[in-house]
Design a binder for this molecule. Structure first.
Ligand code: ZN
Length: 330
């Protein structure tokens, strides 16, 4: 089981048995009153899955919305291993280092794994590959991944962007999670130009079933030369009502070739009537609600089910036709 805290944060909790079900991450509050709230929400989801110990907690990077709840969570459930980009932050503004400072006290007493791109996290039943960490990126195609290593024609007229002034984002741990034929990409808050490097001139990542949007749908990330090359069947945007969810990012994902649905953690205020998905794909309609989550249950054949916990709306995504054809061929 993999839990992704989405807007609240981006850490992957991975209890061992191959429970097949990616869902939320262990995350972090943007403001102090939210601390207990986020830990409680994570614990509630873990309880549903009968998880009493977290084997791995991935802290993508040290911004408050990704690490701020880690110490609180650690006080409520045993965490065997922390996975992060290293014992430092490059974010020097005092108002941005608070999350790291709180986490460091817990980290110092725990077992921390600092993976390099290309490393696998040793999670039983899941194939979890690190593709970015501490500003380093994978430089070779993911072995055995569908379409990985193919030239990417979208690189020809691809744009780069001036890096934004929040350097900690470039440190993000990015993960490719595979369960049988099912593949999910989650790059945390990795930046536009780094996304570009992962797929240009060759797409090192391959194609996916699920794309978890980078940086909550903020236009400092979301390079179309990457997102459109992923051929994801659905995207999950971990946006808040007023965080990420930018109309241009939303539209870029919506226009991705082969994309079925774009699920969102919140309705985006900026997206208004034209740049939000239909309500059944929105976990929360505003931020004064109850922190509803989206649940993804994947099967080894590559099929998966999405559930909107707010409405109990579910949608089945069957095994890919090409694979089905191949397996049923004489
Ligand atoms: Zn973030």
């Amino acid at each position: 089981m993999l839990v992704d805290t989405g807007f609240a944060g981006n850490a992957a909790a991975a209890p061992s048995p191959a429970a097949a079900g990616p869902a939320p991450t262990a995350g972090a509050p943007a403001a102090p009153p939210a601390v207990g709230r986020d830990a409680e929400r994570i614990l509630a989801v873990l309880k549903q899955a009968n998880v009493t110990v977290l084997d791995y907690l991935v802290i993508t990077h040290y911004h408050g919305d990704h690490v701020g709840g880690a110490a609180d969570l650690a006080s409520r459930i045993p965490i065997r291993n922390f996975v992060d980009h290293g014992p430092y932050t490059v974010e020097l503004q005092p108002n941005r280092s608070a999350g790291f400072v709180a986490y460091r006290t817990v980290r110092d007493r725990a077992r921390a794994i600092v993976p390099k791109p290309g490393d696998q996290l040793p999670i039983a039943g899941l194939d979890v590959l690190v593709v970015s960490s501490a500003s380093a990126l994978m430089t070779t195609p993911i072995p055995g991944a569908p379409a990985a290593g193919a030239p990417n024609p979208l690189c020809r007229n691809a744009r780069l962007k001036v890096p934004d002034p929040t350097p900690e984002n470039t440190e993000s741990i990015g993960l490719v999670v595979r369960y049988g034929n099912f593949r999910l990409l989650n790059l945390g808050d990795l930046t536009w130009n780094q996304e570009h490097q992962l797929v240009c001139p060759d797409n090192l990542l391959g194609t996916f079933d699920v794309f978890h949007t980078t940086r909550h749908g903020d236009p400092n990330s979301g390079a179309p030369q990457m997102v459109h090359a992923l051929r994801a069947r659905i995207a999950v945007m971990n946006n808040g009502e007023r965080k990420g969810g930018a109309p241009e990012y939303w539209q870029m994902v919506r226009d991705a070739p082969g994309l079925g649905d774009l699920w969102q953690l919140h309705r985006s205020a900026a997206g208004a009537a034209t740049h939000n998905s239909p309500e059944q794909f929105l976990a929360n309609l505003n931020e004064t609600d109850h922190g509803h989550h989206l649940k993804l249950s994947a099967r080894a054949d590559g099929s998966f089910v999405m559930t909107n916990e707010r409405t109990q709306f579910t949608k089945e995504y069957p095994e890919r036709a090409t694979r089905a054809t191949r397996t049923s061929a004489p």
